[in-house]
Design a protein around this ligand. Structure first.
Ligand SMILES: Nc1ncnc2c1ncn2[C@@H]1O[C@H](COP(=O)(O)OP(=O)(O)OP(=O)(O)O)[C@@H](O)[C@H]1O
Ligand SMILES: [Mg+2]
Length: 238
């Protein structure tokens, strides 16, 4: 589905991503782990064309998307849910969701799409006419994720969805991610919580970034077998 081959990304003259390669296959959930500032968000932004790579290649289903603009990449079927939960504050929940549907094209069946959203995010049903700005942090996360989902993407890239949320809400978000995965939605997830993210699925794969380099990758079992290296790169006991 998605292939990232040896990309290098810069902000001005600072070289952030060094030779980053990764792959996400159909229906997979892939987790990108790493400490603060190692380039996790930059990797997602490079894929989305927001922080384009200078060298390297990114393809979606065999098609080169490296030089496309973010709106074109979105239309090819990638939804990016950034870490800052960017909802439109002065639009209602419903209006925010309708914006997400626009990317999907004219033929979207709104009531069916909303029913699908409520399966994942029952809380949003009660809040359809509430203004975006009055939602709690957890509800905002649900809304941005739902807005990404209604575009009917081939791939959802979700950046630290649980950051700064209370434990009960975090549980809810993990539950939603598990449900998306069970329903075969392909996900590239950025996370800091090693234990929790590796428990999302039995057959998940993860990549560990350090200082802009991919240092480790593998299945849960493969990473558990390399515990010392995981601890070194993540800077925590696992
Ligand atoms: N727009 C920008 N201009 C210049 N430097 C940037 C910009 N955005 C990020 N950086 C720098 O690039 C590096 C990687 O940042 P990035 O946001 O990708 O890290 P991250 O792994 O997502 O961290 P976090 O876990 O804190 O979200 C950091 O050193 C950061 O300061
Ligand atoms: Mg980040």
């Amino acid at each position: 589905m998605l292939t990232v081959e040896s990309i290098h990304t810069y902000y001005g003259t600072s070289h952030i991503l060094h030779n980053v390669s990764l792959e996400v296959r159909d229906g997979e959930i892939v987790v990108l782990l790493g400490r603060n500032g190692v380039g996790k968000s930059t990797t997602l932004k490079s894929i989305m064309g927001i922080a384009p790579c200078k060298i390297g290649k990114i393809s979606l289903n065999g098609e080169d998307i490296t030089r496309l603009t973010p709106d074109k990449i979105a239309r090819r079927g990638i939804s990016f849910i950034p870490e800052d939960r960017r909802i439109i504050p002065n639009l209602t929940v419903l209006e925010n969701l309708k914006l997400g549907m626009l990317i999907h094209g004219k033929n979207v069946n709104m009531s069916e799409t909303l029913e699908m959203v409520f399966l994942y995010f029952p809380k949003l049903k009660e809040r359809l006419n509430q203004m975006g700005e009055s939602l709690s942090g957890g509800e905002q996360q649900m809304l941005t994720t739902a807005r990404g989902l209604v575009a009917n993407p081939q791939l959802m890239m979700i950046d630290e969805p649980t950051e700064g949320l209370a434990p009960l809400i975090v549980e809810e978000i993990w539950g939603m991610l598990k449900k998306l995965h069970q329903n075969k939605v392909t996900i590239l997830l950025v996370e800091q919580n090693y234990e929790m993210s590796l428990n999302l699925s039995k057959n998940l794969r993860a990549y560990i970034l350090e200082k802009g380099h991919i240092r480790l990758c593998g299945t849960r079992e493969e990473l558990h077998a390399r515990q010392e290296e995981v601890e070194k790169y993540l800077g925590v006991k696992v």
